[in-house]
Design a protein around this ligand. Structure first.
Ligand code: FAD
Length: 360
């Protein structure tokens, strides 16, 4: 009889000789699941010249690392990487396999899941472990519950009861990396790469500049919503005024406090294509399920209702300030500093308070 699948595997991405932040988050996601399952977290590292990263994966919470280190794998090439991963999955049979829901993670996870074959739940924002009973299929113990926003306003809970590994991608920003423990010990195992013959090859790699605005790297994100289009009295306002306040706040936070600050927006505001905001607010500002996921030290939600699709992109921010005229707005359920009021009164007041020019 073949051994039961075991182990929570996490696919570790790296750049410039270091693990990416997404990978550190993924190790934390893996640990949260592995502890409930009483299984080990296994980091999967693929590339060339990986030595420095093996210990780092263990410091950040992996119990062991499987390393495929081969000059042929120096640059990311999905067909070769999928081969390397698939052969390890086939041989070792993990119970769970997690990838980051970023470009590379989505690309490689889908290829591996198809070959196994097993299911793939994409874009999860939470993970859980629970038993599951289905009248038609029976009882399943300790399933990975993959939790992601559905296309409406709810969170979907996805199960992979029968196939192994249970594979999922996890949205960057959904888990915080664990504090590194340089004393942590773990096993590093090297696995040989057996290349196949591929109908394509990588001839050139061009590095893209970081996104503008770089929402994910900001200490503070000031996001604007549909509430900037009218004041509390319902009178239309030129949204450039609210945008100007956000910029003023950004300059203050950066200049006086050294906090890297970016301006975000809700999808509703981006899609409204307000002509006054042309060139100021666009797709790259969008925070949420179909935009960026952010986890700044402070998130300031300005005239934003707090729909689920927005919240999943910002709810893990360390501190949330919300300005909204409606005391019942859902954003207040997660705001640490709720400000019930008009954007056009409260933003200038916030700026004045920070500048130290506030009268009260
Ligand atoms: C598949 C799918 C994906 C989606 N992806 C995203 C996503 O990635 N990101 C995203 O943001 N949304 C997304 N959405 C849309 C989401 O459901 C909401 O429609 C959107 O977030 C609402 O934006 P809003 O808060 O700006 O607008 P509204 O919901 O209209 O809220 C405006 C708020 O402003 C307040 N307000 C009005 N005037 C003022 C004032 N003068 N001062 C203060 N407050 C005021 C109101 O009380 C209200 O709460 C998605 C939807 C779907 C179906």
């Amino acid at each position: 009889m073949s051994a039961q699948p075991t182990g929570v595997w996490v696919y570790l991405q790296h750049t410039k000789g270091d693990l990416t932040r997404d990978s550190l988050e993924l190790i934390a996601a893996g640990r949260s699941v592995a502890e409930k399952l009483k299984q080990k977290v296994v980091g999967v590292l693929i590339g060339s010249g990986l030595e420095s990263m093996e210990d780092r994966a263990i410091e950040y919470g992996a119990d062991s690392v499987l390393v495929v280190d081969d000059p042929a794998l120096e640059v990311y090439f999905n067909l070769a990487y999928a081969d390397a991963i698939y052969s390890m999955v086939e041989e070792r049979k993990p119970y769970v396999f997690l990838f980051s829901a970023n470009e590379i993670g989505k690309d490689i996870a889908a290829r591996v899941a198809f070959r196994v074959p097993t299911g793939l739940a994409t874009d999860n924002v939470q993970l859980a472990v629970e038993d599951y009973t289905n009248p038609a299929l029976g009882q399943f113990k300790d399933l990975l519950i993959q939790i992601r926003p559905d296309f409406g306003t709810r969170l979907a809970r996805i199960y992979t009861p029968r196939h192994r590994p249970q594979m999922a991608t996890v949205r960057p920003g959904s888990f915080a990396p664990l504090a590194p423990d340089p004393g942590r010990k773990g096993n590093v195992e090297r696995v040989e790469f057996k290349p196949g013959s591929y109908p394509a090859k990588v001839t050139e790699v061009t590095e893209l500049p970081p996104p503008v605005p770089d929402l994910g790297a900001a200490d503070v994100v000031i996001s604007l919503g549909m509430g900037i289009l009218k004041d509390a009295g319902g009178h239309p306002r030129d949204p450039r005024e609210a945008y100007g306040y956000a910029k003023q706040l950004k300059e203050l936070l950066e200049g006086r406090y050294g906090l890297k600050t970016e301006v975000g927006a809700t999808r509703a505001l981006v899609y409204a294509e307000v002509k006054e905001l042309d060139g100021l607010i666009g797709r790259s500002n969008q925070v949420g399920q179909t935009g960026a996921t952010v986890k700044p030290r402070v998130y300031i939600a300005v005239g934003i209702s707090g729909a689920l699709q927005h919240r999943v992109g910002m709810q893990n921010s360390a501190k949330i300030v919300a300005i909204n005229t409606d005391p019942e707005a859902p954003i207040f359920k997660i705001a640490h500093y709720p400000i019930v009021g008009d954007v056009y009164e409260e933003l200038p007041r916030l700026i004045a308070a920070m500048e130290g020019t506030s009268a009260g």
